[in-house]
Design a protein around this ligand. Structure first.
Ligand code: DGT
Ligand code: MG
Ligand code: MG
Ligand code: MG
Ligand code: MG
Length: 289
């Protein structure tokens, strides 16, 4: 349509580039999931089906968007970490955010019957999204620590809150009042002494959230023929979640053989606040120091 007298309107479309060389974190959150969870009778405080459906959608997003290294999910939200050097859609903010958000939503809806076979979807769920740029590895570590600490705080509160209601016969107002001003150790004690629940024995899925990580399963020089390359284990060969990825920095000189990394996508429920998770996966961050 270029060249028509109407084409000038294109000039009103402004570029929206994300800064180069910054980590991108895209966080999606279910829109009005307070209502959505009620209407679809999610179990309280945690509905395992709903959480697994979120993991399913997030895993599919990572299969589709190969520059996402890590995702963390809790409740109705998921955060996705893109490589610092990603050039996805030339780092156009709206393009990345809208495509990722709608893809996640489609996967959620398409996966619904598998996770909720008894519960028809009553209306279309939607998710909001934002992208935040972070300059440093420390900020990324702190971001994911912030989300996992939030998971822990909310889960402890919700576990006691619903025990007081479901097992203790309190109203929601009474349960809130019972918990007002209590510290973590009091909540643990209350759960154990009143309801015989040992918080430490609650599923890690609920306590730690979902950590979906691109793991390196093997490394092979891409320029070598098939006879010398390391073949992935047979179980990975037909796995949609497995792929080949260019490694992050350090950039290799052209003279050297390009190394390809075989990766798989794993769903874990582990600690990501401490050092171990990150130290054993140096490929997640690109310039750890
Ligand atoms: P928003 O995000 O501002 O549009 O509003 P909401 O209602 O989505 O609020 P948000 O995101 O702060 O809180 C998530 C809601 O989703 C919260 O009301 C509880 C609900 N929810 C999430 N996961 C579960 C679950 O596993 N079981 C139940 N019963 N509810 C859940
Ligand atoms: Mg929200
Ligand atoms: Mg929400
Ligand atoms: Mg939320
Ligand atoms: Mg188009």
């Amino acid at each position: 349509m270029a060249g028509t007298k109407f084409a000038y309107v294109r000039n009103f479309e402004l570029p929206d580039p994300l800064l180069p060389d910054t980590y991108l974190v895209c966080r999606l959150d279910g829109h009005s999931f307070h209502r959505f969870s009620e209407e679809h009778e999610f179990a309280k405080p945690n509905d395992e089906r709903a959480l697994k459906l979120m993991d399913h959608a997030a895993k599919n997003v990572m299969i589709e968007f190969k520059d996402i290294m890590l995702a963390f999910g809790e409740s109705d939200e998921f955060s996705f970490l893109f490589r610092k050097t990603t050039n996805l859609y030339n780092r156009r903010q709206a393009k990345i955010l809208t495509t990722l958000t709608s893809y996640f939503t489609s996967c959620y809806v398409l996966g619904w019957p598998e996770y909720f076979p008894e519960t028809p979807l009553r209306y279309p769920p939607s998710f909001d999204g934002r992208i935040v740029m972070y300059p440093t590895d420390r900020a990324i570590r702190d971001y994911f620590s912030w989300r996992q600490a939030d998971t822990h705080i909310n889960n402890l509160y919700n576990t006691v809150f619903w025990a007081l209601i479901q097992k203790g016969g309190q109203t929601t107002t009474e349960a809130h009042a019972t918990l007002r001003g209590t510290v973590s150790s009091t909540k643990h004690e209350m759960l154990y002494s009143r309801f015989g629940i040992n918080y430490n024995e609650i599923s890690d899925r609920f306590k730690k959230g979902s950590v979906i990580v691109r793991e390196i399963s093997s490394e092979r020089p891409a320029a070598f023929g098939p006879s010398t390359s390391i073949q992935p284990p047979p179980q990975f060969t037909n796995d949609k979640a497995s792929q080949v990825l260019d490694p992050p920095r350090p950039k290799r000189s052209k003279a050297k053989k390009k190394v390809k990394l075989e990766t798989t996508i794993e769903v874990l429920h582990c600690d990501i606040i401490g050092d171990e998770f990150w130290l054993t996966r140096p490929h997640l961050l690109e310039n750890q120091s």
